[in-house]
Design a protein around this ligand. Structure first.
Ligand code: FAD
Ligand code: NAD
Length: 518
């Protein structure tokens, strides 16, 4: 970015909202020489850091260890329960010299330290019952919240070090060039701005018939206050949020019922990946109620009752309502200032994040473009670059990589199969099941695949899907290929480690390369 002329008064950029759509932009504007104020009502990092991305992925990190532990017996690690019975008990003690055998769950528990997985051995009960003894949800959530708080403090510190002013309060527009911040003590502060960036984010959508009480009927932002593992968690909504929480709690040991309004979980995602995940969910004991809409939820004496629209009633100890988000755009003077909102309440923006008002930009979840932290940050960066007169590349969603943090994870980049078919594009594709990959066999991984799409004549990689543990890491070579329009030959000719999961990506590229031009 070109720095501003130091002899002129720097422009004042006011950012409303300190999530990824706001704070990244603030840093860019500052590095460009602008005077920058961020108005944030909750905490720096926004919902992404305080309630959404960071806490959910931290919780999932604990759940992931439990999933890994599930594979342990197949890898030759014996559970104390396998050996602790009246006859074998003595043998075990002798064989280990009297030292207690480390539980299959204990290895991850020790590595996790304070992450809430305990190594207590249970002599009896189902797998789920045993897990409950191992997961100390209070400790898990304590870690989750502490990590989120620390991350928020890090971001705040970084912004302050860069000379960005942070105003703790609720911002609203007063015309097209002024933000009024309502401060915690009831006072207001008026901020005149040369450019305004609205990075307002979204909040959980709730159903009027299932009002969250923070104890039994919960939104995802309230899940981290749970002190004990829910006996039976009903998750309403099988979008990414619902699927991630359902998978995590299932792995932690809750009995989970997933209420999915569609034919399959994860509507809009790669069909094969979604089907595989649903199969894995079911095989792990989760109940998936397909084509089932929740009509409402009420508390009972000892739990909750969710009524489905067809009249069926599902009983549980807790219900998580994960039915999407609502943009935080109402009551902030946006329309009064001329900012156009869509019917859903999202701020309408173009590809350089301009709203309908000159000098007012918007980024992130409040725009509804693609609700991902990475996209929010990119929109924010583009917005301030444009506002400060720099040359910008309009937002291109073709190369966005995303990941669903279930077990296995589902990572995608580039064109999806659905999109390629919908636009009648010519493409070739191949799917390599991970079960055939030597490293996967060694690791005991059976569920997953690598799928690639390429142009049939040019051989250019158009997109890909990886379903695997840590698919979020494995997708990167495909992202590079899509970003830089590499061909399947380029990918196939690069060395991969033997044995490695990424070997399947190169192998897939080789399969497609053999078909290019045929
Ligand atoms: C459970 C869950 C998990 C997710 N996991 C991932 C993931 O793994 N990876 C990923 O890329 N994305 C993930 N997302 C999506 C991601 O959280 C969002 O795309 C991202 O938070 C958007 O950033 P943002 O800056 O637009 O909004 P937010 O992060 O919501 O931040 C907006 C901020 O603005 C503040 N604000 C709003 N109005 C005002 C006002 N009037 N005045 C002052 N401040 C205001 C809010 O309090 C908030 O702090 C997840 C979402 C959910 C729900
Ligand atoms: N790992 C990640 O990157 C990640 C994680 C979570 C969320 N996100 C982002 O947040 C966005 C929103 O995801 P989300 O899952 O919160 O919302 P969503 O809108 O994608 O999914 C909500 C689901 O709930 C269903 N639903 C609505 N009402 C229902 C009812 N009464 N009964 C049963 N089902 C009902 C909808 O049909 C939909 O499938 C995603 O598009 C994603 O980009 C990303």
């Amino acid at each position: 970015m070109t720095p501003l002329d130091p002899t002129v008064v720097p422009p004042h950029v006011v950012v409303v909202g300190g999530g990824p759509g706001g704070y990244e932009a603030a840093l860019v504007a500052r590095s460009h020489g602008a005077q920058v104020t961020v108005v944030e009502q909750q905490g720096m990092g926004g919902a992404a850091v305080l309630t959404d991305v960071v806490p959910s992925k931290t919780l999932i990190a604990t759940a992931e260890w439990m999933t890994i532990a599930d594979r342990a017996p197949e890898l030759g690690i014996r559970m104390p329960d396998d050996v602790v019975d009246p006859l074998s008990d003595v043998n075990v003690s002798l064989a280990t010299g009297g030292i207690p055998v480390v539980s299959a769950y204990a290895a991850p528990a020790q590595a996790l330290g304070g992450a809430g997985v305990q190594a207590a051995a249970s002599a009896a009960g189902t797998a789920e019952e045993k897990r409950k003894h191992f997961v100390d949800l209070q400790a898990v959530n304590k870690r989750v919240l502490a990590l989120a708080k620390a991350q928020s403090a890090d971001i705040r510190g970084r912004l302050e070090r860069e000379g960005i002013r942070i105003v703790h309060g609720k911002g609203r527009l007063d015309g097209p060039a002024r933000v009024v911040a309502e401060l915690a003590d009831g006072a207001t502060e008026v901020l005149e701005a040369d450019s305004i960036l609205l990075a307002l984010g979204a909040t959980p959508r709730t159903l009027p018939t299932a009002v969250p009480d923070g104890e039994r009927i919960l939104t995802w932002t309230q899940m981290y206050n749970l002190r004990e593992l829910p006996e039976r968690l009903i998750v309403v909504g099988s979008g990414v949020t619902g699927a991630e929480f359902a998978g995590a709690y299932n792995a932690l040991g809750s009995d989970v019922v997933l209420v999915s309004s569609r034919d399959r979980v994860l509507p809009g995602e790669d069909e094969d990946a979604a089907e595989l995940l649903e199969g894995v969910f079911r095989s792990r004991g989760m109940t998936v109620l397909s084509r089932s809409r929740a009509a409402g939820a009420v508390r009972t004496d000892d739990g909750v009752e969710v009524t489905l629209s067809d009249g069926r009633v599902v009983h549980g100890s807790h219900v998580l309502v994960a039915v999407g988000g609502v943009p935080s755009t109402s009551g902030l003077g946006l329309e009064e200032a001329g900012v156009r909102l869509s019917e859903s309440g999202h701020v309408v923006v173009d590809r350089v994040s301009r709203t309908s008002v000159r000098g007012v930009y918007a980024s992130g979840d409040c725009t509804g473009v693609l609700p991902l932290a990475s996209v929010a940050a990119m929109q924010g960066r583009i917005a301030v670059a444009h506002a400060l007169g720099d040359a910008v590349q309009p937002l291109a969603l073709r190369t966005v990589a995303s990941n669903i943090f279930t077990a296995p994870e589902i990572a995608t980049v580039g064109y999806s199969e659905e999109k390629l078919r919908a636009q009648n594009s010519k493409f070739i594709t191949t799917t390599l099941p991970l079960a055939r990959n030597p490293r996967a066999k060694m690791l005991g991984i059976k569920d997953g695949f690598v799928k690639l799409f390429a142009h049939p004549e040019a051989g250019v990689v158009l997109g890909g899907v990886v379903v695997a543990p840590r698919a979020s890491e494995l997708i990167f070579p495909i992202t590079l290929a899509v970003q830089h329009r590499l061909t399947v030959e380029d990918v196939a000719s690069a060395f991969t480690i033997y044995p490695s999961l990424s070997g399947s990506i190169a192998e897939g590229a080789r399969v497609l390369d053999a078909r290019v031009g045929k």
